[in-house]
Ligand binder design. Structure first.
Ligand SMILES: [Zn+2]
Length: 404
């Protein structure tokens, strides 16, 4: 089952009853977190058994399904906490600060035509939330193949989870193999006997990362006398950075997927799982790997949603191997990969060819085959470039909620 969270803003402020509900819900979540920590349980059912009676007494007016949903939220916070704790990331006792509540799909009604949410507060008390519905939102509201999941209510917006069964991926008629770099995706598109270089550039991601990194360093120095303020400002910087980078990564992913969808391509990516950037020392100079991982996550998720096959292969030696004679070069190289056999190509595109060959040799690319000799050196297809961001306008935001 795939889940996609779609954000809707509200036509007017949240009614005061709903505001009280958010506060009550947050209180219930934080109480449940403490109860869970004391009893060392993290699952919703365990929390429910443990604390339902007390909670019913403490929150006598809350709709009981919301109470159960508070256990669910607390459970996921606790699981995160436990994971961080085990990893050794110093983790204080978790506490939910932001005002929020989540209603399960039986605990609210959404009229998909008018965009009006009916949210029960307690017995005999409901509120109506009018959502602002754009064309982007209609795509989800109008698609009856999508069922409604949970509703997350925040002070100024709501997030509706839309769910569907993962469609069966199509049989690929071509392949798009991409090598993921700090500033671009570089790769090869193969259809029949023809192979062309492709490129999707996102140089701003690295620039934004560098700028925010420098700014955080300055903040830390300037506010060194006050750890609390320093941490707060850095946190805010981090959130802004993520938002700005995520927006660009979504744009890049969308253009890649549009291309693959139109040409019925399988997408081949390197598996970044084992890829570790050495912490601390190197991190100050080199940019972290998370935008690349995030980009893969977005591409994979959106591809699953659209039924586009994605193949992930082990990238070992992909940047050092000659696709023609299979020699492996261990010496450092520049922007070009040059082999004694005469093969010469942009290093990143060469890597993508090797990724594709690995995918084919493992039988992961359907019945496709590829001859590196067919590569056309003089053609470059641009999937995405920064100038394209100016042309597209966002009319809504969406995020990955998760896969269940
Ligand atoms: Zn060679």
């Amino acid at each position: 089952m795939l889940v996609k969270g779609v954000t809707f803003y509200l036509e007017s402020d949240l009614p005061s009853e709903a505001n009280f509900l958010l506060e009550d819900f947050r209180l219930a979540v934080n109480n449940a977190i403490r109860a869970g920590l004391r009893a060392r349980v993290t699952s919703r059912n365990a929390l429910n058994k443990l604390a339902y009676k007390d909670f019913r007494r403490e929150h006598p007016r809350m709709y009981s399904q919301h109470l159960v949903s508070a256990f669910e939220v607390a459970g996921s916070v606790l699981k995160n906490h436990r994971r961080r704790f085990r990893k050794g990331v110093t983790s204080r006792i978790p506490y939910v600060r932001r005002l929020m509540m989540r209603a399960e799909n039986q605990a609210y009604k959404l009229d998909r035509k008018s965009g009006v949410v009916d949210l029960p507060i307690r017995a005999g008390c409901h509120v109506e939330l009018r959502l602002i519905v754009s064309q982007y939102h209609r795509k989800y509201l109008g698609d009856m193949a999508l069922t409604l999941g949970s509703l997350t209510v925040l002070p100024d917006r709501v997030i509706v989870a839309f769910r569907k069964d993962a469609p069966k991926p199509f049989v690929p008629e071509s392949a798009l193999s991409l090598d993921t770099n700090e500033r671009s995706l570089d790769g090869v598109f193969v259809e029949g006997d023809v192979a062309n270089a492709v490129k999707a550039e996102f140089p701003e991601v690295a620039i934004i990362q560098q700028r925010h990194h420098d700014r955080r360093r300055r903040l830390q120095k300037k506010k060194a006398f006050d750890r609390r303020i320093s941490r707060k400002l850095c946190g805010r910087e981090g959130a802004r950075e993520h938002r700005r980078i995520n927006y660009r990564l979504h744009q890049v992913a969308n253009s890649v997927l549009k291309f693959a969808e139109e040409r019925k391509s399988a997408i081949v990516l390197e598996d970044l799982k084992g890829f570790k950037s050495k912490r601390s020392k190197e991190l100050n100079r080199r940019l972290s790997v998370w935008p690349r991982r995030k980009l893969h996550q977005i591409i994979e998720y959106k591809a699953q949603w659209k039924g586009i096959p994605v193949v992930k292969v082990d990238p070992r030696n992909s940047s050092r191997t000659c696709p023609i004679c299979r020699r492996i070069k261990y010496s450092r190289m520049g922007a070009e990969f040059k082999c004694e056999c005469g093969w010469c190509l942009d290093r990143h595109i060469n890597a993508s060819i090797n990724l594709l060959q690995t995918a084919i040799s493992k039988g992961m690319a359907g019945g496709l085959w590829f001859n590196p000799g067919a590569f056309q050196h003089d053609v470059m297809m641009i999937l995405y470039e920064p100038a394209m961001a100016a042309r597209s306008e966002p009319n809504g935001t969406s995020g990955i909620v998760g896969v269940t």
